[in-house]
Design a protein around this ligand. Structure first.
Ligand SMILES: C[S@@+](CC[C@H](N)C(=O)[O-])C[C@H]1O[C@@H](n2cnc3c(N)ncnc32)[C@H](O)[C@@H]1O
Length: 392
C-alpha cells in the first residue's frame, strides 16, 4: 500500500488553476477549413480549449497550456501568436502608452484585423520608431471571393475588435468593443514545405495533393505521433509524406501499381532526407481489401474522376456524383471495419458545378456518423471541387 501523505492543514487542498492563455491564428485561403483543422488538432490531443472569436480569417482560442504550438503542424495557418492585450478602448489606450509593443527602432510590419492602422502609426511616431506598414502585393483570394492582403514584413500584428468601432485619441468610454492585440511569434514556412514537395523523386501533378491539404486532412482525421494512419488511395504518397513528417506511422494502398512504386520511392527518400523514425508500408491493392489493422485514423483524397476539360452540363454533373456515390459506399463500409471504433475518416468528396456528393446518404448507407459537416474547398480554375468531410 502506498504510504498516505499527511496533509498540512496550512496548505489549501486546491490545485492552482492553470493559467489561461489566448492565442490567435491568421488563417489561409479557406478559413472555415483551417478553423476545423485547428479545433480537430486540439481535440485529438485532449487539450482543453475554448473558441473565443472566429471572424473572417482570424481565429482566437483560449487554452490552459503554455505556448506549445508549432505552426508547421498545420496546413491552413499563416501566422500565429499570443494575445498580449485584450480589453476595451480606454484600456487599450493605457496599454499602448505604457507598453513597447515592438522592441525595435526600425522595422516593417503587416496588420491583420479591423482596427485602424492609424492608432499604431501614431504610437510608433510618438516613440520615434521608423516603422513602415507593408501591404501585400499578392492578395489571397478566399473561398467566399473576398481578397486579403498577406504582406511580407518583419512583424505581423493582430489588431482586431469585436465591433467596428475604432480607437481614437478620445475614445468613447461607453464603448463595449473588445479589442485584441498580439504580435505573431510564428509564421508558416512555405519555402521549406515547397522544397520538400518539389524535391521528392517522383512528382505527378495529376495525382498529387498539396502539402497544405494533406496536413489539413491528417489533422482532421485526428492522427497523432506514433499512431497508425491509413491512406487507402495513397497515389504517389502525398498525404503519407506529410504524416511521416508528423511522426505518424503510415499505411498506404493504391490499386495502381506504378503509383505504389512511386510512393515507395518518395517515402524512402523522405525518411533518409528528414531522418524519420516512423514506419511506412505501401501495398498495391484495392481499397476494398484494406487490411484489418484497426487503424487509429484514416486520411485520404479520393479520385475525383476524369479531369474535365470543359464544364459538364447538369446531367453529366449529376451522373459524375451518382457514380462516385455508388463507388465510394462499399469502400467506406470496408474502411469502417478496419478502423478503431473511435477513429475518424477525413475524406474528400467531389463537387461538380452545384452538385455535391450526398454526405447524409453516404453516412446512412455506411453506418458512419458525420463528425464534421462538409466544408467546400474550391478553386476557380478547376471544374471539379471538393467537399472535405470527417466521418466516424
Ligand atoms: C486523387 S489520387 C490520390 C493522390 C494522393 N493523395 C497523392 O498525393 O499522391 C487517387 C488515387 O486513388 C487510386 N484508386 C482509385 N480507386 C482505387 C481503389 N478502389 N482502391 C485503391 N486505390 C484506388 C488511384 O490509382 C489514384 O492513385
Amino acid at each position: 500500500m502506498k504510504p498516505q501523505r499527511s496533509r498540512n492543514p496550512e496548505t489549501p487542498n486546491t490545485e492552482t488553476p492553470k493559467k489561461k492563455l489566448r492565442f490567435f491564428f491568421i488563417l489561409g485561403r479557406n478559413p472555415e477549413l483551417s478553423r476545423a483543422e485547428i479545433l480537430a488538432y486540439l481535440q485529438a490531443r485532449n487539450r482543453t480549449h475554448k473558441e473565443i472569436l472566429f471572424n473572417e480569417n482570424i481565429l482566437i482560442i483560449e487554452t490552459d497550456d503554455n505556448e506549445k504550438f508549432n505552426i508547421q503542424e498545420f496546413g491552413g495557418t499563416v501566422h500565429f501568436g499570443k494575445i498580449t492585450f485584450e480589453g476595451n478602448q480606454q484600456e487599450l489606450k493605457k496599454y499602448l502608452n505604457k507598453t513597447e509593443i515592438i522592441p525595435s527602432d526600425k522595422f516593417s510590419y503587416g496588420m491583420f484585423g479591423n482596427e485602424s492602422p492609424e492608432t499604431l502609426k501614431e504610437i510608433f511616431k510618438k516613440r520615434k520608431k521608423k516603422a513602415t506598414q507593408k501591404h501585400g502585393k499578392n492578395q489571397i483570394k478566399f473561398q467566399d471571393g473576398k481578397k486579403q492582403e498577406f504582406p511580407k514584413a518583419d512583424f505581423y500584428i493582430l489588431f482586431h475588435s469585436t465591433s467596428p468601432n475604432t480607437y481614437h485619441l478620445t475614445p468613447n468610454p461607453s464603448s463595449s468593443a473588445r479589442v485584441y492585440l498580439g504580435i505573431a511569434t510564428q509564421t508558416y514556412n512555405n519555402e521549406e514545405v515547397k522544397k520538400r514537395d518539389m524535391q521528392k523523386p517522383v512528382r505527378r501533378e495529376s495525382l498529387a495533393i498539396s502539402p497544405r491539404l494533406s496536413k489539413i486532412l491528417i489533422n482532421l482525421s485526428g492522427a497523432k505521433p506514433h499512431t497508425l494512419m491509413l491512406d487507402p488511395f495513397c497515389g504517389i504518397g502525398g498525404i503519407l509524406q506529410e504524416a511521416l513528417i508528423k511522426k505518424i506511422n503510415v499505411y498506404g494502398i493504391d490499386k495502381d501499381k506504378q503509383a505504389t512504386i512511386d510512393a515507395e520511392q518518395n517515402l524512402k527518400w523522405l525518411i533518409k532526407q528528414y531522418k524519420i523514425n516512423s514506419t511506412y508500408k505501401i501495398e498495391n491493392k484495392d481499397a476494398r481489401n484494406s487490411p484489418d489493422l484497426q487503424f487509429f485514423a484514416i486520411a485520404t483524397e479520393t479520385p475525383l474522376g476524369k479531369t474535365l476539360r470543359k464544364k459538364p452540363n447538369d446531367n453529366e454533373a449529376k451522373q459524375i456524383i451518382q457514380n462516385f456515390e455508388a463507388y465510394i459506399i462499399p469502400i467506406l463500409k470496408k474502411l469502417k471495419k478496419v478502423k478503431k471504433p473511435s477513429a475518424k475518416i477525413a475524406i474528400t468528396f467531389p463537387v461538380v458545378k452545384v452538385f455535391h456528393t450526398d454526405a447524409k446518404k453516404i453516412a446512412e448507407k455506411t453506418d458512419l456518423k458525420i463528425h464534421t459537416n462538409p466544408i467546400l474547398e474550391s478553386r476557380e480554375d478547376q471544374n471539379i471541387s471538393r467537399d472535405i468531410i470527417v466521418l466516424q
